[in-house]
Ligand binder design. Sequence first.
Ligand code: SF4
Length: 187
Amino acid sequence: MSLPEVNEVLERLCNLLRMETRAFALKYGLQPVQMEALTYLTQCNRYSDTPQAVGEYLGLTKGTVSQSLKILEQKGLLRKQTDKQDKRIVHLSPTVKGKNLIKHTSADKTLTPSLAKANSKKISELNSVLRSTLIEMQKANQRKAFAACHTCRFNEKNEKGSVCGLTHESLSVQDVQLICREHEYPS
Ligand code: SF4
């Protein structure tokens, strides 16, 4: 298969996933962008749950982000909390209703059932190719990685578990699975 053909297949898959997200969002009276913001907030860590990070992750303007967050809050899907140390920072956390909605979406629009038909060696090769393609694209476009904490160059292990080398705070087993706006791949 040629590279343009691979590109075409990936574009088609992305398009299908977007269509599924749009249809699911509409069922709940949401716009796709609001669904995407809520999904991001169920996956990110405590350093990345701000309106600014949502905008960076989704490539949206401040105005669009603020409007989307307002709707999510009005629908009881999201809660805002001021940072205890720095009152200028606002943290966003999905409510139980918001988390349940995203769980439901993930089950509906995932590629997993189709991928499960391939054998594990092929899946592992595919994962590796897609991951390196993603990293190359992020580098070329100078975008933040927003990748899982356990793959970050600042993630340090000690006898008690993991620590963030940037903030020097401990990271739980759950924390290291979450995505982070400060993430950097090892060089
Ligand atoms: S180790 Fe990296 S990804 Fe994890 S919290 Fe620190 S900066 Fe973020």
